[in-house]
Design a binder for this molecule. Structure first.
Ligand SMILES: NC(=O)c1ccc[n+]([C@@H]2O[C@H](COP(=O)([O-])OP(=O)(O)OC[C@H]3O[C@@H](n4cnc5c(N)ncnc54)[C@H](O)[C@@H]3O)[C@@H](O)[C@H]2O)c1
Length: 335
């Protein structure tokens, strides 16, 4: 059984990844400092799969991880999700983002090199591109992050590029677009509190869990609302599985976009949620927000050709799984 380390295991995508990798028969070691993530999904998955297949530990990436690597020997690969990822917060407190995302990754990579565990799949973001100069955005699009969050991710990418060149680590960097949905059975969902993400907030509003009215700033698109590329969290984690397989077979370092290749506007999403829940959502137009990017869509040819991957979930599937999740756990994870 292959053994992988998942950082940020208690977070939204990390906990879904733990579930996805366990379902595929991997032995999984999860770590999180639980600054933003939760123990509850990990306890639930440990009960479901047993301690032999899944163990998790409280570790902060900024601290000494030697004990972890002594305890959990022979890690075949690391899937590195742990980071702070709120763009607005990063504009207010850039230092928090550089300290956590950059220094945390640097410390993790040093331990991986020492432990002779060189394979890394890194969670990056389309925020490294900044304002799209053309769509769909391919991997060669100019890099111009507009936030400390995006910049912190780019610095980690550069770190990996150098470690790759020096043959100390091998990597696949995955630049995600907008991630959404829950596991297909609605067991593992999204508990960001508060969430700055549109879809969880619209659904929570429609289900009467929290008040919500949509404020959006008019932009230059067909219906004047921003268009984004929403990738389902299960599809996203399938890319990680395939990237891991690719890295093990070829040893080639890659940077790959992860998106569906199609966009959906904020207003279209609201309409879909209204259709699925039967609830009408209040709309308010706001003043144009400075720096609001009108359209962001991934060119995903590289993921399709190199990893033989195709998105399998529609946006409606993602909305349905999230609705099931919020119906089961209106307040999300509690601890
Ligand atoms: N959610 C998205 O749409 C999206 C889009 C692009 C990229 N990403 C990337 O995906 C990754 C996961 O995002 P998410 O939405 O699951 O976020 P999240 O906040 O739910 O999960 C991040 C997890 O990392 C943990 N963490 C943070 N700093 C840590 C540290 N120093 N040591 C140990 N654990 C730490 C947090 O406690 C949390 O559980 C991030 O790297 C993010 O940048 C997410």
């Amino acid at each position: 059984m292959e053994k992988i380390l998942i950082t940020g295991a208690g977070g939204y995508i990390g906990s879904n990844a733990v579930y996805a990798f366990l379902q595929k028969g991997f032995e999984v070691v999860g770590i999180d400092n639980f600054s933003k993530g939760y123990r509850q999904p990990l306890e639930l998955l440990q009960q479901k799969f047993g301690k032999d297949q899944f163990r998790f530990y409280e570790y902060d990436l900024l601290t000494d991880l030697s004990q972890l690597f002594q305890q959990e020997k022979h890690i075949d690969a690391t899937i590195h999700y742990a980071a702070f990822c709120d763009v607005n917060e990063s504009m207010q407190e850039p230092q928090k983002y550089f300290a956590n995302n950059v220094a945390g990754s640097k410390n993790l990579f040093s331990h991986l090199i020492k432990a002779n565990s060189p394979s890394v799949i890194f969670s990056s973001t389309c925020a490294v591109y900044g304002q799209a100069q053309y769509v769909p955005v391919d991997e060669n699009h100019p890099i111009q992050p507009l936030s400390p969050y995006g910049a912190s991710k780019r610095i980690v990418e550069e770190m990996l590029e150098w470690y790759g060149k020096r043959e100390l680590l091998q990597y696949v960097i995955l630049r995600y677009f907008n991630v959404t949905g829950a596991s297909d059975d609605g067991l593992i969902g999204d508990s960001k509190k508060p969430s700055s993400l549109l879809i969880p907030n619209v659904i929570r509003g429609a289900l009467g869990i929290a008040s919500f009215s949509l404020t959006y700033s008019p932009v230059d698109t067909k219906d004047y609302s921003p268009v984004r590329d929403f990738i389902n969290v299960v599809d996203l984690n399938t890319v990680h599985l395939k990237a891991l397989d690719y890295l093990e077979k070829t040893g080639k370092n890659q940077i790959i976009n992860v998106g569906t290749g199609t966009g959906c506007s904020v207003l279209q999403i609201v309409k879909m949620v209204e259709k699925l829940t039967g609830v009408t959502i209040a709309l308010e137009k706001a003043m144009p927000r400075r720096g609001e990017i009108p359209v962001m869509i991934a060119k995903n040819d590289k993921a399709q050709h190199l990893l033989h991957w195709q998105p399998e979930h529609s946006l409606e599937d993602s909305l349905r799984s999230l609705i099931t999740w919020y119906q089961k756990r209106p307040e999300g994870w509690q601890s």
